[in-house]
Design a protein around this ligand. Structure first.
Ligand SMILES: [Zn+2]
Length: 108
């Protein structure tokens, strides 16, 4: 796991507060030849973003997704195994028959 902080030169303004965020540090979550994924937190409004940066025939492209996940959580969750289709179906079937309360289901 790479936990180095990277500077994103092309990430100039926060998409939420619109303030200048040059020289923002970002946590690299994943990197391949064609795509990198970062966790970025705006120093002005503390909005956290998952930032996907990819290179292709059109050049450099980036997509930011607002998240309530902090850096530590992003690092943990990003490297965990994805939920399978069967697990989703199992949960759906369990919920069809479940009659308990919301608090109780968290402890299942
Ligand atoms: Zn901001």
């Amino acid at each position: 796991m790479n936990d180095e902080l990277y500077s994103l030169e092309h990430f100039k303004k926060c998409p939420i507060c619109k303030k200048d965020v040059q020289d923002v540090n970002a946590l690299l979550l994943n990197e391949t030849d064609a795509r990198s994924t970062f966790h970025v937190t705006c120093p002005h409004c503390n909005t956290a973003l998952l930032l996907l940066v990819s290179t292709g025939q059109m050049g450099l492209m980036s997509i930011g997704i607002v998240t309530d996940v902090n850096e530590g959580e992003a690092e943990t969750f990003f490297h965990e195994k994805a939920v399978s289709d069967d697990q989703v179906l199992d949960a759906y079937e369990m919920l069809q028959e479940y009659t308990g309360g919301t608090k109780d289901i968290i402890s299942l």
